[in-house]
Write a protein that binds this ligand. Structure first.
Ligand code: UD1
Length: 322
């Protein structure tokens, strides 16, 4: 897929300092007026390039959202509580961020007549009956997180039907890449950290569960395509179509880092999905989406980046709107 150019637009990225949001901002900022709304609860200022306008605060604050979205052409709604585990611990808190905020963003977009690209999730499928899972599969989420993303996913599609708002919904599978970090980040960043420190690599459950790991660069390309497609009001799976077991992943990371970490097994995670893998044919056909980064090369480049982390700690001056 050649990335469609987005130029000279006014764009809001909610969660723009976070893992996926900051990669989008980095790609868009040189050619557009980009605004970031983020409370920096997990995102970092150092992840933001220049020039971007920062609106710091809660995405559920309607006044702040109104200011940040004023006059925009396009909104990438990336703000979320991304951890399935955390949603099990705090379902109401994650509902607020994952559902209430999404609804506010959609309402605001109606005011501005702006397109919205929404971050949904493979978690909406729960335990899929057949793999790879197409967009038409049954949705039986296994966690509060999945329930919340399903509500957001449906709201976005219904807003297109009911109010003629151009929305596109991207159902991310397991996204990984640079700047994924923190206590609730994905398994690849956790295993890399453990392997680098020669600490035990902690597999939850028997390690036979599988995931479809998609690199953040591919996810950014999918977002750019979603921002320009005529096929609105639709949901698209964004993954690679390849499944990897958590056992295999642990071995891949141990060997890529040349670590001597032992692999240990813990209790499985409550609400954990057993197998997850995307059928990406709809995104291929209608968005021209083609995943380019294999898991091996993605992990290899993360390991290489980690060996020169000094270069990623660049801090930029950014304008801030409180
Ligand atoms: C992830 C995303 C979620 C996304 C979903 C889509 C994160 C934090 N969560 O959830 O936002 O919507 O994919 O498919 O990126 N595991 C271990 N040891 C660890 C950590 C995890 O064995 O130290 C296992 C988990 O039990 C799970 C698998 O690895 O079976 C993946 O876990 P995780 O990276 O947290 O992602 P998901 O729960 O799949």
């Amino acid at each position: 897929m050649s990335s469609p150019a987005i130029r000279d637009k006014t764009i809001l990225v909610t969660g723009g300092a976070g893992f996926i949001g900051s990669h989008l901002v980095e790609t868009l900022a040189p050619h557009n007026e980009v605004r970031v709304l983020d409370d920096f609860s997990s995102g970092r200022r150092a992840s933001l390039p220049e020039p971007v306008d920062v609106y710091e605060g809660d995405v559920c604050d309607p006044i702040l959202l109104q200011r940040a979205a004023h006059g925009v052409d396009l909104i990438f709604h990336q703000a979320a509580m991304v951890s399935v585990d955390e949603s099990v611990d705090a379902p109401r808190r994650s509902n607020r961020t994952n559902v209430d905020a999404g609804l506010l963003v959609l309402e605001q977009a109606r005011q501005e007549d702006a397109r919205v690209v929404v971050a949904s999730s493979a978690a909406i499928y729960g335990h899929p009956e057949a793999l790879p899972v197409p967009e038409t599969a049954a949705t039986e989420p296994a966690s509060p997180y999945g329930i919340q993303k399903l509500a957001l996913d449906q709201y976005a599609r219904r807003y297109e039907e009911l109010y003629d708002l151009p929305t596109v919904t991207l159902r991310y599978f397991n996204v990984y890449g640079p700047r994924q970090q923190g206590p609730y980040s994905g398994v690849i960043s956790t295993f890399l950290e453990q392997a680098r420190a020669d600490d035990p690599i902690t597999i939850e459950g028997d390690g036979k569960q599988t995931r479809d790991f998609v690199h953040v660069d591919d996810v950014v390309r999918a977002n750019l395509a979603a921002a320009t497609t005529d096929e609105v009001g639709t949901a698209y799976n964004i993954g690679t179509g390849e499944r990897t077991s958590i056992d295999e992943l642990a071995e891949t990371i141990r060997s890529a880092t040349k670590s001597s970490s032992p692999i240990v097994h813990h209790e499985p995670r409550p609400g954990d999905v057993r197998h997850s893998g995307a059928d990406v044919s709809r995104a291929r056909r209608r968005l021209g989406f083609e995943p380019r980064v294999s898991l091996e090369s993605g992990v290899r480049s993360l390991v290489a980046d980690g060996e020169s982390t000094a270069t990623s700690a660049v801090s930029w001056e950014t304008g801030t709107h409180g």
